[in-house]
Design a protein around this ligand. Structure first.
Ligand SMILES: *Cc1c(COP(=O)(O)O)cnc(C)c1O
Length: 393
C-alpha cells in the first residue's frame, strides 16, 4: 500500500511543510511547530492531573524548546550541555529534572549549583554521589519494567533497578539527608502494549506501601515517556492510552493521586517533522537480480538511526509519477554497509522513481536531527527548518 500523506498530516500542515521544503536542498528536516503545540496541548488535556517534563533528547532544537517553554512545559535533562541550553532560554531550574541515572559527580554538582533539585537515580554509587554533591535534593528511583518486546525502542535494561533495590535506595536516601520523593519508570519508547503501564504502576504501589510501613511517605510518580507517534505500525490513539493509564492509576492510588510526572519525547515531537530526501541512485546487483536498491541522500548516520534493526518503520511518501509501486531495499549514502534502512520491511514506492526525485520521511521529528554522526564521510549534520502551518490556536 502506497502511503497517503493525508493520513499523517492535514492539508494545511502538509502544504506548509511542502512549500518550505521546496526552498531547500536535501536532505533536511522540516518541523511544523504548530503540531508540537497541538500535541503538547492534547497531552495536557488527556492527563490534566500531570506535570509534563519534555524529554529534551528527542529534539533539542531551540525553536522547539522555546515553544514548550512558553507553553509552560518542564524539562527532563540528561547532560550539562542540555542544561546549559535550557537555562540559556531563561527556564528556571525548578522546571528541570536531571533524569539520567548515569552521571559524573562533577555533573551532579554542576546541576546543583545551577539550582536543580530533582534527581533520578537507580544505584547506590549514584545515590551517594547525589547526597555528597546535591545535599538535601529530592530524588526519585527508577525501576525496571517489563514490555521491552512490545516497545519499538526499548529502554529498560540499561536503566532502572529491581523494586526491592529501589526500596533500599529510598531508605538510604533518607539516611543520607536527601528527600525520597518517589519512583520513576519508562516502559520503553513507542510502547504498543498499554498494559505495560499497568504492571509498572502496580510495582510502584507495592513500593509505596512497603515504604509507608517504614515511615517513608512518597509523593511522586514519574511515568516516563513511551507514548506513541504515528508510524507504519499501528498503535492505539492517545485517548485510549490516557483513559487506560488513568484507570490503572486510580485503581491503585484512588482519586487522591500523588504528584504525577510525564516525560514525553516522541509523542510530542515525532509527528511534527518530515525528513526530505532525494534519490541518489536506483540499481540492481546483477542482471538477473530481483531486488532493486534505492539509495537516498539520507541514511542511518544522518538522521535515521532508529531504523536500526528496522525498529521504527517510518512512512515514506513520494510524488514520482505513476500509481505503480514496487518494493525497494532502501539504503543511505555513506560507505558503511550498515547504512541500510530497510531490507526486510519493504516500503512501496513508485516504479518510475529516478535520481533527483524527492522522498519524504513522515513522522521524523523525534530522534533524528540530533541523533546522528558528525561528518561521517564528510556529510554535514542534517539542517532543520521550522514552519507554523497555522493548524492550531
Ligand atoms: C528518552 C526518555 C524519555 C522520552 O521517551 P519517549 O518514549 O520518547 O517519550 C523520557 N524519560 C527518560 C528518562 C528518557 O530517557
Amino acid at each position: 500500500m502506497k502511503v497517503d500523506v493525508l493520513e499523517y498530516y492535514s492539508k494545511a500542515e502538509w502544504s506548509a511543510i511542502k512549500s518550505e521544503s521546496s526552498k531547500h536542498e536535501t536532505p533536511c528536516v522540516i518541523i511544523d511547530l504548530d503540531i508540537v503545540k497541538r500535541k503538547y496541548q492534547e497531552l495536557g488535556e488527556h492527563f490534566p492531573f500531570s506535570k509534563i517534563y519534555y524529554a529534551v533528547k528527542a529534539n533539542p532544537a531551540i525553536p522547539v524548546l522555546e515553544l514548550l517553554r512558553d507553553l509552560g512545559s518542564n524539562f527532563d535533562i540528561a547532560s550539562r550541555y542540555e542544561l546549559d541550553r535550557i537555562l540559556s532560554l531563561g527556564v528556571s531550574p525548578d522546571r528541570i529534572s536531571y533524569g539520567n541515572t548515569i552521571k559524573k559527580r562533577a555533573d551532579i554538582r554542576y546541576f546543583y549549583e545551577k539550582g536543580v533539585r530533582l534527581f533520578a537515580t537507580d544505584s547506590e554509587p549514584d545515590l551517594r554521589n547525589i547526597a555528597k554533591e546535591a545535599p538535601g535534593a529530592r530524588v526519585f528511583c527508577r525501576i525496571l519494567t517489563e514490555g521491552s518486546s512490545t516497545a519499538d525502542w526499548p529502554l529498560s535494561r540499561k536503566f532502572g533497578c529491581h523494586p526491592d533495590m529501589a526500596i533500599d535506595l529510598l531508605v538510604l536516601a533518607k539516611d543520607l539527608g536527601l528527600v525520597p520523593a518517589g519512583i520513576s519508570f519508562h516502559v520503553g519508547s513507542q510502547q504498543r502494549e498499554i498494559g505495560a503501564w499497568d504492571s509498572a504502576i502496580a510495582k510502584v504501589r507495592y513500593i509505596y506501601d512497603y515504604l509507608e510501613s517504614e515511615g517513608i511517605h512518597l509523593t511522586l510518580i514519574n511515568m516516563g515517556g513511551g507514548f506513541p507517534a504515528n508510524y507504519i505500525s499501528k498503535t492505539n490513539s492517545m485517548d485510549v492510552y490516557a483513559s487506560e493509564i488513568t484507570r490503572y492509576l486510580t485503581e491503585d492510588f484512588g482519586d487522591d493521586l500523588p504528584e504525577i510526572i510525564l516525560e514525553p519525547g516522541r509523542s510530542l515531537v515525532g509527528e511534527s517533522g518530515v525528513i526530505v530526501s532525494e534519490v541518489v541512485l536506483v540499481s540492481k546487483k546483477s542482471s538477473t537480480g530481483l531486488d532493486r536498491w534505492l539509495y537516498l541522500d539520507v541514511g542511518k548516520f544522518n538522521g535515521l538511526i532508529e531504523t536500526w534493526d528496522e525498529s521504527i518503520k517510518y512512512p515514506l511518501y513520494c510524488e514520482a509519477r505513476g500509481d505503480d509501486c514496487e518494493d525497494y531495499i532502501i539504503a543511505g549514502p555513506t560507505c558503511d554497509s550498515q547504512d541500510i534502512m530497510y531490507e526486510f520491511y519493504r516500503n512501496p514506492l513508485p516504479s518510475y522513481i529516478k535520481p533527483g526525485d524527492r522522498v519524504y520521511w513522515l513522522s521524523c521529528g523525534a530522534y533524528t536531527s540530533s541523533y546522528a554522526s558528525v561528518e561521517f564521510n564528510g556529510f554535514p549534520p542534517i539542517p532543520t527548518y521550522f514552519v507554523n502551518s497555522g493548524s492550531v490556536e
